[in-house]
Ligand binder design. Structure first.
Ligand code: AMP
Length: 222
């Protein structure tokens, strides 16, 4: 049986968002990106947005309790009963413990945690070349052939000039990587001990990484 309740774990820039979108479309299950939820809140100028704007710009983590509440509300929605892809959450052991409780209350359990692994240098190279469309939010990458825009730094769909995420500047990326190593990477051992961790090499092209992910979701690697 295809595993459908999953976390994509890995440093910023590993390609979690790209893969989550592909898998979400293939399996018909929601992609829950806490980064996207927070960026939307900042854009809309909501109370939540005002609270998290500066934290995100620094590359720090938003408080656990706030994130837990956001994810709990999202996971309670009906479309998540068929499965879900968590991207960017949990990011601390405390969040992982909360997630377990949230799922327990829903009578559900995680099927699998997929670690998409890439080196710090690759992370910095990729993220500083990441661009987004300010209009439709589509994500591009100037150095990943599959994700390059057709025309120089213009959105293929909207034809407007692509921009960089505020937290994608090199200095902030290095800080986000440090935060990942300190606060998030302990989750690797946490889920390994539970026997649900699978590692994928994230340095390949998105198409190849997708194939690897599908393999572990089908449980073919044993
Ligand atoms: P991302 O798009 O996943 O790289 O997230 C962008 C930023 O949003 C992060 O650098 C954090 O400031 C914040 N963020 C997203 N998800 C979480 C989370 N689970 N816990 C704390 N902060 C988060």
């Amino acid at each position: 049986m295809m595993k459908r309740r999953m976390i994509l774990l890995g440093p910023p820039g590993a390609g979690k968002g790209t893969q989550a979108k592909i898998i979400s479309a293939l399996l018909g299950i929601p992609h829950i990106s806490t980064g996207d939820i927070l960026r939307d809140a900042v854009k809309s100028g909501s109370e939540l947005g005002k609270k998290v704007k500066e934290i995100m710009e620094r590359g720090d983590l938003v408080p656990d309790e706030l994130m837990d509440r956001i994810v709990e509300n999202r996971l309670k929605e009906n479309d998540c009963r068929k499965g879900f892809i968590l991207d960017g959450y949990p990011r601390t052991v405390k969040q992982a413990e909360s997630l377990e409780k949230i799922l327990e209350n829903l009578n559900e359990k995680l099927d699998i945690v997929i670690l998409v692994d890439v080196s710090e240098d690759d992370v910095v190279r990729r993220i500083t070349n990441r661009r987004i469309c300010p209009k439709c939010g589509k994500v591009y990458n100037l150095i990943v052939p599959d994700l390059r825009p057709n025309e120089d730094e213009l959105c293929d769909l909207c034809k407007v000039k692509l921009i960089q995420r505020d937290d994608d500047k090199e200095e902030t990326v290095r800080r986000r990587y440090r935060v990942y190593m300190e606060s998030t990477s302990p989750l690797i051992e946490y889920y390994d001990k539970k026997g649900i961790l699978e590692r994928i090499d994230g340095k390949h092209q998105p198409e190849k990484v997708k194939e690897e992910i599908l393999k572990v979701l089908e449980g073919n690697q044993i």
